[in-house]
Design a protein around this ligand. Sequence first.
Ligand code: G3P
Ligand code: CA
Length: 279
Amino acid sequence: MKQLTTILLTLGVFMMAFAGSEEKVLANESNINDANQVLNIAHRGASGYAPENTMAAFEKAVDMKADMFELDVQMSKDGELVVIHDTTVDRTTDGTGKVGDLTYDELQKLDAGSFFSEEFHGERIPTLGDVLDEYRGKTGILIEVKSPSLYPGIEEKIAEELEKRNLDKPNNDKIIVQSFDHDSVQTFHSILPDVPVGVLLSYSSNGISDQQLTEFASYAEYVNPSKNMMDAELVSRIHDFDMETHPWTVRDRESAQFLLEIGADGIITDYPDYVEPRQ
Ligand code: G3P
Ligand code: CA
């Protein structure tokens, strides 16, 4: 009887071990990522907690241990690369007018913090150079070329800023350049082919075709669609084309969880604490 009990117990342990390994294989075969491998990317800095695209927002992103932050680059009237999202200064500063109609000196005088909260009164519009000097090597930087058709030659100028700081080499300090304007992405790629680039995509009910993915894969490392287009199948297809995906923009915990579960490679969010931090 004792022998039979031992045999049954041994069989039970063996079956449990077998069941466990099968579960593991199934998990590996699914598209579920290890949460620790997902890049936590602070959108316009940690813009849920500080005024977007300011040093305060970038500092907050670093404090919150985001892996990277995203920023938007445009060009002043006198050719300085400035970090601001809208093509006018009206929403995020105390000034008015188009970014491209104002000189660097004029832009520098504007308060880019008070629109968010009085606590940030006096924050300035940074230059791309300021941000690279302060944060290169401390965190990854995802540079969006915003509305490049308004600023002919902006790709060359961004390339110069990176070259000056030796950030134009492969495996550098995690710099990625992206844009909704795919011609601009290709132009930048032709100037600095060693800096990885991504294509941004707005929501489209047509999804993304294999033909589009083939074209993107000929120059880009990242396909970054609106989070509203994402599902596990799209992540899988992007991976099949040897690219990665950083969807945008997460502003609630449920969306962060969903993107983690479908295996996104990075999550662009206003709230870095909504994404599981790296261990
Ligand atoms: O990085 C993606 C995201 O920034 C694109 O949208 O309008 O916030 O620049 P937007
Ligand atoms: Ca952006």
